[in-house]
Ligand binder design. Structure first.
Ligand code: NAD
Ligand code: AHE
Ligand code: ZN
Length: 376
């Protein structure tokens, strides 16, 4: 069939809207009509050329929601008409990682996914002249239709609006999951969140749900503070507008009573900047502070700190998709949204047509959007 897509032809160039060919789903695969997709900073990161796994030409996008149109041979858990959220972290429930119960990082199809291919080693997308187009994170939601493995689709309730729940496909789950699954934040905790964008705001929302007392937001853009306050931020620090270091500022903010050491119980990097990751670790409390890396850093970037920071009890962790097991947890996030337990609507600051997708990335780079969503 033919479908419309925003194609990344080359690194650093705007996406091009064009008709592409999409093959029918093969064994274990499902054809989806994508109804809406969010624009995550990771899409911009890959388009920039900084992603070691970035491939071109490809169809980016990994934060979608849609409807099953057709299922391939052997598909048993989905049928045409089902509403689904694509999962860049699948859940096969059979691989050693899934069986371990210790991680959400299913390994069933990770190798081919990283090569922009379906599990059989080929692509379903082609240019009209037959040139293969790579898949992206196994999802490619910047196409009106896509083909995905059954194990990478979460079936969700049918009364949930696509243009809102697409955000659960990455940002919402990553941010809230980082707090609940990865950090395991307790009631009364203190926390610092670096980067108050589409991920950081969801970390803040997760911290409020977990019952954190002090939630310090850090961003270079003052405009991000207003929305963060609405989601539960109690203190704001703009590192470019303080006298000393951001680490010292946070340590001072958290000194209380006879605890004059200071530092937060939990910190989160949602910027992708390795210097910020270091600050996030070093502003966490001696003896027990836990710092979670969420941000994705460019090819070649490395983190560093004095080992003494870890010797003295701080823990450095990372999280992918908030530690969530997609087919199990994503339908629950959709229920939480529909039941009013989590908020999504205020964070979707822009709704665009596919033709306007490059404008959506401009808004992201200018710091003017939280989430822009393309509605097909
Ligand atoms: P975003 O662009 O919406 O937000 C980033 C925020 O960080 C912005 O508000 C920006 O002003 C702020 N910022 C940038 N540099 C800063 C600095 N030096 N100090 C303080 N603030 C700074 O991006 P997003 O969609 O929220 O994504 C955030 C990061 O999370 C990206 O690196 C993205 O690739 C990554 N990510 C990771 C996962 C995962 O599973 N680990 C999932 C989604 C996104
Ligand atoms: N391809 C990059 C890494 C990108 C990355 O870390 N992706 C996150 C999700 S970001 C979503 O917005 C992730 O889930 N990683 C786990 C995985 O298996 O990819 C690189 O550096 O090679
Ligand atoms: Zn993402």
């Amino acid at each position: 069939m033919r479908t419309r897509a925003a194609v990344a032809l080359e690194a650093g160039k705007p996406l091009e809207i064009m008709e592409v060919e999409l093959d029918a789903p093969k064994k274990g695969e499902v054809l989806i009509e994508i109804k809406a997709t969010g624009l995550c900073h990771t899409d911009a990161f890959t388009l920039s050329g900084a992603d070691p796994e970035g491939l071109f030409p490809s169809i980016l996008g990994h934060e979608g929601a849609g409807v099953v149109i057709e299922v391939g041979e052997g598909v048993t858990t989905l049928k045409p008409g089902d509403h689904v959220i694509p999962l860049y972290t699948p859940e096969c429930r059979e691989c050693p990682s899934c069986r371990s119960g210790k991680t959400n990082l299913c390994t069933a199809i990770r190798n081919t996914q990283g090569q922009g291919l379906m599990p059989d080693g080929t692509t379903r997308f082609h240019m009209l002249d037959g040139t293969p187009i790579y898949h992206y994170m196994g999802c490619s939601t910047f196409a009106n239709h896509t083909v995905m493995p059954e194990i990478a689709l979460a079936k969700v309730r049918e009364d949930a609006p696509f243009e809102k729940i697409c955000y659960i496909g990455c940002g919402v789950t990553t941010g809230i999951g980082a707090v609940i699954n990865t950090a395991g934040v307790e009631i009364g905790s203190t926390a610092a969140v670096f980067g108050l964008g589409g991920i950081g705001l969801n970390v803040i929302q997760g911290l409020r749900m977990a019952g954190a007392d002090m939630i310090i937001g850090v961003d270079l853009n003052d405009d991000k503070a207003e929305m963060a306050k609405k989601f539960g931020m109690t203190h704001f620090v703009n590192p470019s507008k303080i006298e000393g270091s951001v680490v010292q500022e946070i340590v001072n903010l958290t000194k209380k009573g006879d605890d004059q050491i200071g530092g937060v119980d939990y910190s989160f990097d949602a910027t992708g900047n390795v210097k910020v990751m270091r600050d996030a670790l070093e502003c966490s409390h001696r003896g027990w502070g836990v710092s979670v890396i969420i941000g994705v850093a460019p090819a070649g970037a490395e983190i560093s700190t004095r080992p003494f920071q870890l010797v003295t009890g701080r823990v450095w962790k990372g999280t992918a998709f908030g530690g969530a097991k997609g087919r199990t947890d994503v339908p629950k996030f959709v229920d939480w949204y529909m039941d009013g337990k989590i908020e999504i609507d205020p964070m979707i600051t822009h709704e665009l047509a596919l033709e306007e997708i490059n404008h959506g990335f401009d808004l992201m780079h200018e710091g003017k959007s939280i989430r822009a969503v393309v509605k097909y």
